[in-house]
Design a protein around this ligand. Structure first.
Ligand code: GLA
Length: 382
């Protein structure tokens, strides 16, 4: 609630009147199923108790004015009646511009609006601060304009804004869980049909997220390149997407593709299998299986998909050594830095925090940030 209060107070101070409404959308952590979403595969994320918030009020004209509280009250504005372009002096506003552009192109009748934006999703950490901004923008702009949009549509609008306007070819996972996450649950999402299955988290489970604080460079270009390699593999296997392939098919065609493309495909095919198994293991609080599947997922990201970096591998190793089969740990998100997630019973949280504190900075000379989270509702709870 504190964030919403901040946004409301700031709105009054900056615009001289009460906002009409406040909206929020959470960040996310992915438990397993990495780089599977754009292969029409399966993911198992949860929305976390860190949010992006918008306080807003509709305007009589068609201008949209923005103030980003967390960026020293940086401002940006644009007109819904003019072509919407990126703002090179306020790149943060591109997510909002992109969402408005997509909504207009889909025929939503948007009104102008005054908006204040704030949030506490760590930025650039791989916890979907951008997806949460896209989803909350869709919800706010549509809500203030008196139009209707459901959670899945809001997620698709956010993804389209990111793909077509911002320029990252991301999949649907981040936006969908930010829109449709549910308290106390992870969601098994079929990224082809967008059907989601709620998977209850064990009552005593905690999500410990450790930000490696490794500076993430080249993320978008590496990401887009992985996506291309997956498409190439699917084409060689003559399937619509890697979701439709299995290891027998892949082995049969192994020498028709480069070793790199083969390994990328092997990651995706095995990761889909692990994700389906992990959903059941989680629902059954089967910690040893969760532990094994998350370990295998990490190895696959490290060796086959090649998206981890040494400090991340180091974090995973030190935590895995500490928790054994009592919980799981792996890198989470797009990769090349970012965060590690440990899924452990509450009783093990202290041990995870201790080992990270004792060893990470000493070994890698970077201070980590640690967040202990629980799954929360998305912006559009069912
Ligand atoms: C980023 C993208 C998602 C997904 C993950 C990797 O978070 O935005 O769509 O592809 O990377 O699993």
């Amino acid at each position: 609630m504190a964030l919403i209060d901040d946004a409301r107070l700031a709105f009054v101070r900056l615009y001289g009147g009460q906002p009409e409404a406040c909206y929020q959308a959470p960040g996310r952590v992915n438990l397993i199923g990495e780089h599977t979403d754009y292969n029409d595969g399966f993911v198992l994320p949860a929305a976390i108790d860190y949010h992006t918030v918008i306080a807003g009020k509709r305007r009589e004209d068609r201008r949209v004015t923005l103030v980003a509280l967390d960026l020293n009250e940086a401002r940006s504005d644009f007109d819904l009646d003019e072509p919407i372009e990126k703002d090179p002096r306020a790149a943060w506003s591109d997510y909002i511009r992109g969402v408005c552009k997509v909504l207009l192109s889909q025929g939503y009748r948007l009104t102008g609006a005054d908006l204040v934006i704030t949030g506490n999703v760590p930025q650039g950490a791989g916890l979907s601060s951008s997806a949460s901004l896209e989803v909350v923008t869709a919800r706010a702009m549509v809500g203030l304009s008196g139009e209707i949009l459901d959670g899945t549509q809001a997620a698709l609008v956010g993804q389209q804004a990111e793909n077509q306007f911002v320029g990252c070819q991301c999949g649907i996972m981040d936006q969908l869980i930010s829109a449709r996450g549910q308290r106390g649950h992870a969601a098994l999402i079929d990224c082809r049909t967008l059907e989601t299955r709620r998977v209850p988290m064990p009552a005593d489970a905690a999500l410990v997220i450790i930000n490696s604080n490794v500076k993430r460079g080249l993320v978008d270009s590496e990401y887009n390149q992985r996506r291309k390699q997956c498409e190439e593999a699917a084409q060689t296997l003559a399937v619509k997407a890697l979701r439709d392939a299995n290891m027998v098919q892949l082995e049969a065609m192994r020498f028709e593709m480069t070793e790199k493309v083969y390994r990328r495909a092997r990651h995706v095919i095995t990761e889909n299998e692990r994700t389906l198994l992990a959903a059941d293991a989680l629902a059954n609080a089967d910690w040893p299986t969760i532990s094994r599947l998350m370990a295998e997922s990490h190895e696959s990201m490290r060796d086959d998909f090649e998206i981890t970096v040494p400090p991340i591998d180091g974090l995973v190793e030190m935590i895995a050594d500490t928790i054994g089969v009592n919980g799981g740990v792996r890198m989470t998100g797009g990769g090349f830095g970012g965060c590690v997630v440990a899924l452990v019973p509450d009783a093990w949280v202290g041990a995870v925090l201790d080992v990270v504190q004792q060893r990470y900075q000493a070994e890698y000379d970077i201070a980590p940030n640690v967040y202990v989270c629980h799954p929360v509702d998305g912006a559009y709870p069912d």
